[in-house]
Ligand binder design. Structure first.
Ligand code: ATP
Ligand code: MG
Length: 648
């Protein structure tokens, strides 16, 4: 097998250096890289000591591959760092959350109020017998109570497992069983696309069959929908809170005390319960949030659109921003309710300065057209971020021009549920930005691109992304399955972490993510990247969105098969054959004949996970006429049928 991924698309074009004004006021400058290079562990120890420690640590890192302990003999309380600390520093009146419900109802919650809420909730949990080390499943939508629930668990040392509110009863039950959770926090329902989506009935269904350990269910009232009640097990959140004391002292917990379990989104197979711990996780979440977004907590208003059910919601809605005392927007509903202007109205109303979202959302905004964006005043925005998939240069440029008024820097942040926090990203006051590339490892992070044998590949050649040194927010294991932890991430390269993504470094040393290694195609001995061919397709004026897979082929081993959604004005204007021909020719001339798709299917939609990522595995199954594997994390089952009928 060829050792590396062939790089065909150049992509290196214009760069966008920071403006003088931005640079002058940036929270970090280029010296931070020197500082980390000179003494990596000392650098992280200094970042850790920006937090409050109940007991200082003497050892920074204990690394017994593949198990790391960071700040091992230190003690802290994560919730205290996110809440009480700010109140004690005199910032209790600062807004923590500008919450807005989908129907338009609003709540403003200060740091003092959120601290009070979390102390009460910690008392409620303890009164139900929940203690340090117990697992609590949180099945809540984007409500302030979701943030409070996570922090209340953190405060008492209970391990939360947040399950995205769109998951079915069987998905929820699988996660409850895997973690052996004893307590559930949910809501009656939540507003989604103009209707109430019931949640409590899903919990009831998940718990209907015996064999679980759940003894209590706390229910937030939100949807006001009819629900059933199990006496002795169920309790209203507001009633429990009214009776609870607001006095609660945050205990000192070990740095390595487990903070949460989070199941990966399942783009590639059976979800894994990723375990994160306290001190190292909070250190890296807080530092990266401040440095990568250039956060000025006194003046910035930050909005991350991720659901708390994903890692981005953990690290960059809850722990990073709150540890930094940031003011942020929290929004319950979908981006297109009641209309496509919703996100832009929110940005104008709250004066959002930092906006963090996913490429899938950006491509949807592009498809809908710039008029919806430009009907709001977005002049407050000064930093834009993206995460979740490679961002095509085309979408990057659109994001900067249309959303960022042509001036806001864009930080493309590469990281994973497993890494806990950002790993590769530009620093907006330092890095000359390059559309489509996540660019540079963050200070204190060590990354290489290697071939199958583990040898570092030359710049310009594609290979496998590895992290060569342990990092503070790394996963500690897979819950209940340390063997799978070793096999999945460490078996391949020993003490180097195998991320499962393809990457290459360009001549400037900047890193380009090429897609998941499982998705890399092998055409006539050339290893081709899904991301590059997709970017080429999205670069054509008729394409709204594209997914590319390798399907088995008698002559070439594998052949490139593309699935394309056309922009509506093109969908109507030309025949399918015409579109297919044009796009095949476009890729061949843009990248090279080797990348020319064997087939281009024009489809109405693409199969995505609930976090919005394309599930290429299913497309490969479809292209090869196979039965589909695990589809439980698919957002919309109907999409697959629509595509299947197109293939016939
Ligand atoms: P599973 O591991 O269960 O298949 P998942 O990988 O989608 O699910 P996440 O941990 O949320 O779950 O996603 C991490 C992956 O997302 C990365 O490995 C990478 O493939 C992709 N990714 C995230 N950010 C970026 C980025 N900025 N550029 C390119 N790819 C990214
Ligand atoms: Mg993954």
């Amino acid at each position: 097998m060829a050792e590396h991924i062939d790089h065909l698309l150049t992509g290196e074009g214009r760069t966008f250096p920071p403006s003088e004004a931005f640079r002058a006021d940036a929270v970090v400058d280029e010296r931070i890289y020197d500082e980390a290079r000179a003494d990596r562990l000392g650098f992280w120890a200094d970042r850790a000591r920006e937090l409050h420690w109940h007991r200082d640590f003497t050892e920074v890192l204990d690394w017994q591959p593949p198990h790391a302990r960071w700040f091992g003999d230190g003690q802290l309380n994560v919730a205290y760092n996110c809440l009480d600390r700010h109140v004690e520093a005199g910032n209790g009146d600062r807004v923590a959350l500008h919450w807005e419900g989908e129907p338009g109802d609003r709540r403003t919650i200060t740091y003092a109020e959120l601290t009070d809420e979390v102390r009460r909730l910690a008392n409620v949990l303890e009164s139900h017998g929940v203690g340090a080390g117990d697992r609590v499943a949180i099945y809540l939508p984007m409500l302030p109570e979701a943030v409070a629930a996570m922090l209340a668990c953190a405060r008492i040392g209970a391990i939360h497992s947040v399950v995205f509110g769109g998951f079915s009863a069987s998905n929820l039950r699988m996660r409850i069983d895997d973690a052996r959770a004893t307590f559930v926090i949910t809501a009656d329902g939540t507003w989604r696309k103009g209707k109430v989506l019931p949640l409590k009935p899903v919990v009831d269904e998940a718990l209907a069959a015996d064999g679980h350990d759940v003894s209590g269910v706390l229910v937030v009232r939100r949807g006001e929908n009819e629900i059933e009640w199990v006496e002795g097990r169920d309790r209203w959140y507001h009633e429990a809170m009214a009776d609870a004391s607001a006095e609660h002292e945050a205990p000192a917990l070990d740095a390595e005390h487990p903070l949460f379990i989070l199941y990966t989104s399942g783009s590639t197979g059976k979800p894994k319960g990723i375990l994160h711990t306290s001190g190292g996780y909070l250190t890296q979440a807080a530092f990266t949030h401040r440095a990568v977004f250039d956060l000025h907590p006194e003046t910035d208003v930050y909005w991350c659109t991720a659901d708390v059910g994903w890692i981005t919601g953990h690290s960059y809605v809850v722990y990073g921003p709150l540890a930094n005392g940031a003011t942020q927007v929290l929004y319950e509903g979908t981006m297109d309710t009641p209309g496509p202007g919703r996100p832009w109205e929110l940005i104008e109303r709250y004066g959002v300065t930092i906006f963090y979202t996913a490429p899938t959302a950006i491509r949807t905004f592009m498809k809908l057209g710039r008029q919806h964006v430009q009907s709001s005043d977005l002049s407050s925005l000064r930093v834009l971020g993206t995460v979740g998939e490679p961002i095509n240069p085309e979408a990057w440029l659109w994001y900067r021009e249309v959303v960022g008024s042509g001036i806001a820097p864009i930080v493309d942040t590469w990281w994973q549920t497993e890494t806990g926090a950002m790993m590769i990203a530009p620093l907006p006051g330092v890095t000359a930005l390059k559309p489509g590339s996540a660019q540079v490892p963050l200070p204190g992070i060590a990354i290489d691109v290697v071939d199958d044998a583990g040898t570092v590949v030359a710049d310009g050649e594609g290979g496998l992304l590895v992290v060569t040194e342990p990092w503070p927010s790394m996963l500690r294991t897979i819950w209940g399955d340390d063997d799978r932890y070793r096999e999945t991430y460490w078996e391949r390269f020993g003490d180097r972490y195998f991320a499962g993504d393809g990457a290459r470094r360009d001549a400037d040393g900047d890193i380009w993510l090429l897609g998941r290694v499982d998705d890399v195609m092998n055409v006539s001995g050339h290893r081709l990247s899904t991301a590059e061919i997709e970017s080429s397709l999205v670069g054509h004026e008729s394409t709204a969105e594209a997914a590319v897979v390798g399907a088995s082929d008698e002559t070439t081993g594998q052949a490139v098969v593309a699935f394309v959604i056309l922009k509506s004005r093109f969908a109507d204007a030309q025949s399918l054959e015409e579109s297919e021909r044009t796009l095949r020719a476009h890729v061949a001339s843009d990248i090279g004949p080797i990348a020319r798709p064997r087939q281009v299917f024009i489809v109405p939609d693409l199969p995505k996970t609930r976090s919005g990522k394309i599930m290429r595995r299913l497309l490969r199954d479809l292209a090869e006429g196979r039965d589909l594997g695990d589809t439980t994390t698919l957002a919309d089952q109907g999409v697959v049928e629509a595509i299947r009928s197109q293939l016939r």
